[in-house]
Design a protein around this ligand. Structure first.
Ligand code: ZN
Length: 291
């Protein structure tokens, strides 16, 4: 019973968000937020967007989110920012909201990656059965957290977009990161593009089939390679579920999943990859003046 009430309240919240953005009522001024990412961009955020904060609680953990929506153009992608310490990802997402419309949803966890011992990107899963293999999920399952975020995804365009930043290189070549287009593992297949630049700047795709059997992914990789964008393909299997966002989206068939990854500080390359992906997905540019 309590679940039903919580989920109903969430749906109401999501509707309230849209009404707020349209009317401007209830939108917060940038200096009303503690979020350092918002304060960094206070001048840009003073107009044409609606800023709001939402808090949900699950297993006694209060998760706080900052939502920034384009006031004129609500129709557009939703960008998910799951790690609050990844500043280039936030800057790129704000650029996208102003240029393409839609909204960003950013976890506010005091500028650190984890919150109360939990990596937010290992906290997806609504049932005990689905989350059983997830060693990095501490309090299982998390239906409220999962439903809140997946309900905010855009219905049109029908893809799920997330942005991350990562550390330089990978542990196999003397670097410190885990994500790299130069790396091959049983789960992650690096597909570096000719002229694709830094191995840490790449678009990550995910699917339940091996890459060799996924014709749609192969076609997209060819387009991205032509545009000099590195790709990483994640082969997701239910038994290997790690309760990350990519695994949840793909295992539950909620749409195409894209994660634009860039090394910390690579805001320029991250914006370039985003523009290329939006072009391939035919997302309309709303404001060409946004740089
Ligand atoms: Zn991240």
């Amino acid at each position: 019973m309590s679940k039903v009430i919580a989920w109903g309240a969430l749906a109401w919240l999501a509707l309230g968000q849209m009404a707020m953005a349209q009317s401007g009522e209830g939108c917060l001024a940038p200096d009303q937020l503690r979020d350092k990412d918002v304060r960094r961009h206070a001048a840009q955020l003073a107009r044409d967007v609606c800023i709001s904060e939402i808090e949900i609680a699950e297993h006694g953990v209060p998760w706080r989110f900052t939502v920034i929506e384009n006031s004129k153009h609500q129709q557009g992608p939703t960008i998910f920012l799951l790690h609050d310490n990844e500043n280039s990802a936030f800057d790129t997402a704000l650029y996208a909201v102003r240029k393409y419309g839609g909204k960003l949803v950013a976890l506010e966890t005091g500028d650190s990656r984890d919150y109360q011992g939990q990596d937010p990107n290992r906290n997806f899963g609504a049932t005990a059965q689905a989350t059983a293999p997830c060693a990095q999920m501490r309090r299982k399952p998390a239906p409220i957290f999962t439903k809140f975020l997946t309900d905010l995804r855009g219905r049109r365009p029908g893809f799920v977009l997330t942005l991350h930043n990562n550390a330089n290189g990978h542990t196999g070549n003397g670097g410190s990161g885990g994500i790299s287009a130069a790396r091959q593992s049983t789960v992650m297949k690096g597909l570096p593009a000719p002229g694709g630049g830094d191995e840490d700047d790449a678009i990550l795709l995910a699917g339940t089939q091996p890459f060799e059997q996924n014709g749609a992914a192969q076609k997209l990789v060819a387009q991205l390679h032509k545009a000099q964008v590195n790709v990483i393909y994640e082969h997701v299997r239910p038994e290997g579920n790690d309760c990350s966002f990519s695994n949840y989206i793909v295992l539950n068939q909620l749409g195409d999943y894209y994660n634009i990854e860039a090394q910390h500080g690579h805001t320029g390359p991250q914006k370039r990859m985003l523009d290329i992906l939006m072009g391939i997905e035919r997302v309309k540019v709303r404001d060409r003046g946004v740089k």
